[in-house]
Design a protein around this ligand. Sequence first.
Ligand code: ING
Length: 324
Amino acid sequence: MLQRNTRSNNQGKLMRVINVAAAQMGPIQKADSREAVVKRMIALMDQAKARGADLIVYPELALTTFFPRWYMTDQSEVDRWFEREMPNAATMPLFERAALHQIAMNFGYAELTPDGHHFNTSILTDKSARIVGKYRKVHLPGHAEFDAERAFQHLEKRYFEPGDLGFNVWRELDGILGMAICNDRRWPETYRVMGLQGVEMVMIGYNTPSVNAEKSEEGPAKRLFHNRLSVQAGAYQNSTWVVCVAKAGVEDGHPLIGGTLIVNPDGEIVVEAKTEEDELLVHSCDLDATAFGKSTIFNFAQHRRIEHYGLITSRTGAQPPPEN
Ligand code: ING
């Protein structure tokens, strides 16, 4: 049995440990119901409870297939993939189980707001299944119109608006927790904005196609390399834990990589998934392990020179110097 959330070490000092369950999910087919998916999520949560988890992290768009791969023109067909409220009838059993188990959770879903906005969203609940944090995906990859050049479509820019909440952190489970979603993990700005708020654990869900739609020779091995590279860099450069969880496997003929992993504040992978199915990884994350990096090599207050960083927020696209 893993230690509870906080424990005292041999000097009697309270240590802050979050027992995290990374709940990788296998494929969700277009025809799979929300109810069937929630049953799988609850089974993973029961496993997490049995292994002493305080927090369970699920993938991006955890309730449905990765529908942005499908070109749709009828908005009512698109909206069928979205949740109008959370929790709702389909997800209430998951919230009830979380409250019973006293497990905090993070999962992603497609959010349709009462005033008609569409976001790729992720939420954090406390151990009583109360929603304490919400994040809306900022970096939307892909395109908005049908692209015949691509082996398959990736229409996140068609179906979602860019997130409007920014990158925030929340004090929860005795730590400072942040959220991001999928493509966000490839952008250093994502981690740094949370790093500048003292983040100690970033929770990220992803659905990543196994092959590059525009470069067929870029297959799963390269995709998994980029997954590790992005997350290890983000963790190390901000001295934070990163829990990164895949929806994996073949969805209606379209393969997604697995590679769910937990990375420590030194940038080391401490656990990594082996399958492309529902798979639970559990690790005791000592939040105090973030302190050394934050107080030495990545002591931002001591070492950063923001007077030289202006282009990062004043310039969107690259502008090379004029030809000689
Ligand atoms: N998926 C992919 C991701 O960022 C992608 C899209 C893959 C973009 C590889 C660029 C390179 O992992 C989502 N859902 O963002």
